[in-house]
Design a protein around this ligand. Sequence first.
Ligand code: F6R
Length: 593
Amino acid sequence: MCGIVGYTGKRQAQGVLYDCLCRLEYRGYDSCGIAVNTPEVQVFKDAGKVHDILQNAPLFKGTAGLGHTRWATCGEPTQINAHPHTDCTGKICLVHNGVINNYSQLLKRLEGNGHKIVSDTDTELIAHLIEEYDKGDLEEAVRLAVKEIEGSYALVVMRSGENTLVVVRQDSPLVIGVGDGEYLVASDVPAILGYTNRVIYLDEGDIGTISPDSLKIRRNGGYIVPLVEKVNWTQDESQKAGYSHYMLKEIHEQPRVIQNTLINMPLPESFNKSEILEQSRKTGILFLACGSSYHAALTARYLVEEHLNIPVRLEVASEFNYMHRLLPCKLAVVLSQSGETADVLRAMRRLKQAGCMVVAITNVAGSTAARLADHTIYTQAGPEIGVAATKSFIAQLIVLYALCFAGASAANIRYQDYLSTMRLLPSVVQSILGSHQNIKDAAVEVAKSKSAFFIGRGINYPIALEGALKLKEISYIHAEGYAAGELKHGPFALLSPETPVLALVSRDQTYEAMLTGLREIKVRRAPLIVIGEAGDEQLGQLADRVISLPSFNRLFNPILFTVVLQLLAYYVALELGCSIDTPRNLAKSVTVE
Ligand code: F6R
């Protein structure tokens, strides 16, 4: 969703804002803008990406300002709808991440009061609301204005002639970076790492009033002494490091991510206690997530049911929120890379209200999911900037495998061996990354098609879904992930020599059925690209192209298949000249429902 930034300090604000927005662009990139107090508010904004638009901005001299990179929700991505927005006087200026649900009522009321609304956005209304309440104390005016808002918001507000920023958040993320005689504000930490690694995570409803030499945070009617935390991510981690795209860099980081995740993964105490596992044996474990994280959760279902013998219920978080009956459930596990996905957070609140213990698996320290959860397990993927989830997905799989094997090891010693085997995964993944000409060649073929199917059975089915998601989101080729057995129940009608089928084949209990399915596909003349185990000669007789995994314990094939499919999607998108790190219409962190 949108990314917002603010700066007040001793530097020229414009350069800092530009720099931070460049690092935040993955949250939205259809329009952008900045405002600087010079001391009058000067705004520059337009539709387009940060580096295209803001490099052409006039030079504004001033040491306080705010900025925005947008993923449009209310109002098309146009110059007038781009943020920052101002009130009727042009003196109150703000940027917003979130959505205002009572937009229509507020619009009616404000127009009735004579306000001149120039854009189609919900955000502009907030500037006019603050104008209504502004009697000199900006913090108070913001406090009263947001009381009228129904919806989600993170706001940075400033007033002409002042170097004070007022910030507030509700259901949208916002962090304050603490520098030396300066403060930064941003939607997330990577944006400000070039300036400071000391941050304050704002709580829901907090209002901060920030000037270069003072910071006040108002919580529940009183002022608090904020906790300044040190972040262990570095700015280098958020750079491309010589790779042509963040996505490629993040794919190549996976061996290290696997290693770090395994090393730094203490099991939360009460999750590991057999009591909660015993209770879960009766009521099951509920897994919740969206997008790629949902595919990781679906993989967990196969792992947990097979190895822990615990029934799993699995829901897409956005749909779970419309389900009226909460089955009795003691333990819910939510997966979210960002920890800010609005649908996931809503589901978490609902579960907590129902008395369920909620474990979050997330990549972002201080994220809302991490703060809401009873226990948090961090995937050690480091900042993920490419919009398509890659290393964070692998890290989620690693956490899930390790949790599952650790839980099962009490009953069966062989799981200790599996845990040891996992430590070899970094070098196996490295070997895929080191020699992937075959995947590149396959990508050239896939790039010629308009549509593709990805199929798998059993635990490889979620990976087929993930492979299709990767391909469609970055290459814009229509792709569907299917349970291999389902293809003949309808999608067969779409098979043709122009529709490649990518099949994930493990020599496990699904093998024979997979081969039968491949033969059926073959006779319908769809090009067949099979990713299978090394030395499987049958595949060569059936497939147009075989991509072989390195030899390894097949329990971990889902992880290896994932890496192959990530590279495939990347090279298809590269072949087609797509905007790989910032695919059209998408944003990294979906903070609206
Ligand atoms: C796909 C992708 C998205 C996210 C989804 C959930 O590559 O990145 O599908 O997985 O938006 O995001 P998180 O995991 O942050 O809750």
